[in-house]
Design a protein around this ligand. Structure first.
Ligand SMILES: NC(=O)C1=CN([C@@H]2O[C@H](COP(=O)(O)OP(=O)(O)OC[C@H]3O[C@@H](n4cnc5c(N)ncnc54)[C@H](O)[C@@H]3O)[C@@H](O)[C@H]2O)C=CC1
Ligand SMILES: O=C(O)CCC(=O)C(=O)O
Length: 528
């Protein structure tokens, strides 16, 4: 059955055509995001949800999203999605980080010009027949200092354009490297320096606990008199009441705002001030940007739903369409190793180590580790999947360690998973042969060669004569057919492992009898 995607915001219709072209069933309801009850009632029927900013993907919506696998944001900011809740539910969240960056940077610059020359007020006055030449005395931007807070995709486009306009650009961004600042031609400064020196300030950070109210009353008071401020990023970055007070006092000469603490903004403390220019979250609103982000999100979501490729996900590593088929058998191997170990452990897991050797070390190991952890936790937590597993493990205090190294054995690729509980440590290694099927090659250091089958029994015992015959007759008497039998031991008379593929379910009573056989240390029925 074709995957089904719901578009609940006003995406460009280009997305609908692309989804259809890729073989995805699509339902286009551009106003649905504003009706959370209707969205909650519908979401259960879809594998994918494509949105802009009007749809709020809350944990309540996610609770109803029983088959949802992916949320695609046609745009950049993800603050309308409860990402931890989506991750906990195993839903991939992706955005389109570049599609609207130029357009948004252009809007920030347009707002800067609008402030410098009071364009909206001058337009209104002129069209009202007033011809107020003396009222609208502006400022030149050439030679002025522009302070960029957040110099990522959009901030750096603004910076480059502003340098082209002969402005001096200074930037505050803790993650901006000195080399990148040099390449851009901006001076990297601390926030206090930026506030004190800027004639214009423009904000381009996401809204995070660190950036919320970055222009607080206190920080606004540190700006130079006559500063003009542009916010085309997110409303919560500025204390709106404090900004209004400084506009009223004349300390701030102007503010241009595209984004507000509460949106849609039908009222706001900034409204009505003569030196304030507002737009209704139009930063990304050009035909070009909307076409870009709609096509990009539809492409990314279809790629995932049809081919398993992951791009621009914020809660899972990227996997290209070329990597996906190579990764697939190793994802299965990692999941099976995790599941194998998860069915053996019977107390709290403290630590999980994954060692990737040879060819496996060249793959996307974060994706493999996530699969292994999902397999490991699933015997205890049925709902866990590759997206949610690392977060679930972290919540439970499980330490996860990953190591990559060159091949140390005859196998081209080996994945080894070691699980530590309070009581003991178990390790299991596997590989993938050319047939693409996962195999187990070592258990606790004991070599064997076993395919992973739907029903198996794993026995660890002392290597003593007579075990195999007695074991086989218990299964025979219980009516259980043995399909394959793999044996391994560390040394003659030492520790041995039997990994047996059986047809059908092994009765508990038969397992109990095996456990009582002389020299048997542990016996477990496993299902995959
Ligand atoms: N008005 C609109 O329609 C649009 C608004 N946006 C907003 O613009 C924001 C920025 O977008 P991009 O440039 O693409 O994101 P980005 O992730 O490329 O850049 C954000 C920058 O902020 C920096 N940053 C993070 N924490 C910081 C802090 N505490 N102090 C200073 N800098 C910090 C980061 O290091 C990064 O360089 C988005 O998060 C979104 O909220 C994006 C598109 C359209
Ligand atoms: O979709 C929109 O119009 C808003 C864009 C935006 O804010 C973003 O991409 O972060």
């Amino acid at each position: 059955m074709a995957p089904r995607v719901l578009i609940s915001d006003a995406l460009s219709p280009a997305a609908v055509a692309l989804f259809k072209d890729r073989g995805v069933d699509v339902e286009f309801q551009p106003a649905l995001g504003k009706d959370k009850d209707k969205l909650a009632a519908m979401i259960g029927g879809f594998d994918g949800l494509a949105i802009r900013s009007a749809t709020k993907v809350t944990s309540k919506i996610l609770d109803r999203a029983t088959r949802l696998k992916i949320i695609g944001r046609a745009g950049i900011g993800l603050d309308n999605i409860d990402i931890p809740a989506a991750t906990a539910k195993g839903v991939i969240v992706m955005n389109t980080p570049f599609g609207n960056a130029i357009t948004t940077a252009e809007h920030a610059l347009a707002l800067m010009f609008a402030l410098a020359r009071q364009l909206p007020a001058a337009d209104a006055s002129t069209q009202a027949g007033k011809w107020e030449k003396n009222r609208f005395m502006g400022v030149e931007i050439t030679g002025k200092t522009l302070g960029v807070i957040g110099c990522g995709n959009i901030g750096s486009i603004v910076a480059e354009r502003a340098i082209g306009l002969r402005m001096r650009v200074i930037a505050f961004d803790p993650f901006l490297s000195p080399e990148r600042a040099m390449d851009l031609g901006v001076e990297k400064v601390e926030l206090g320096d930026l506030l004190a020196r800027s004639d214009f300030i423009t904000l381009h950070t996401p809204l995070t606990p660190q950036t919320r109210n970055i222009l607080s009353a206190e920080n606004l008071a540190r700006t130079r008199k006559g500063v003009r401020i542009v916010n085309c990023a997110r409303g919560g970055l500025i204390d709106e009441a404090a900004l209004r007070a400084l506009l009223d006092s004349g300390h701030v000469a102007g503010a241009a705002v595209d984004v507000f603490v509460t949106e849609p903004a039908f009222e706001n403390p900034l409204f009505g001030h003569p030196n304030v220019v507002c737009t209704p979250h139009l930063g990304a609103a050009t035909n070009e940007a909307q076409e870009n982000v709609a096509l990009q999100v539809a492409e990314q979501m279809s790629d995932y739903l049809i081919r398993g490729a992951i791009t621009n996900a914020v809660n899972f590593p990227s996997i290209t369409a070329e990597e996906a088929p190579k990764l697939k058998p190793f994802i299965l191997l990692a999941e099976r190793l995790g599941s194998f170990a998860g069915q053996l452990v019977d107390s709290g897991i403290k630590k999980v180590s994954l060692v990737y050797e040879g060819g496996a070390a060249e793959l996307k190991i974060r994706a493999l580790t996530a699969s292994a952890i999902a397999g490991l936790l699933r015997p205890q937590l049925a709902d866990v999947n590759v997206v949610s597993a690392p977060a679930v493990a972290k919540d439970r205090g499980i330490v996860i360690e990953e190591t990559t190294r060159e091949a140390e054995s005859d196998y081209e690729s080996v994945v080894t998973l070691t699980v530590e509980t309070q009581e003991r440590r178990r390790s299991i290694s596997g590989t993938v042969f050319h047939d693409g099927k996962p195999r187990i090659i070592w258990i606790n250091g004991i070599g064997l060669d076993a395919m992973i089958a739907p029903a198996m029994i794993c026995v660890s015992n002392e290597d003593k004569p007579g075990f195999v015959g007695r074991f086989a007759s218990i299964l025979g008497n219980a009516g259980v057919n043995i399909a394959t039998f793999a044996l391994g031991r560390d040394r003659e008379g030492g520790s041995a492992i039997a990994l047996v593929e059986v047809d059908g379910v092994v009765p508990d009573e038969a397992l109990a009898q095996v456990k009582k056989l002389p020299g048997v240390k542990e016996v477990k029925a496993l299902t995959f």
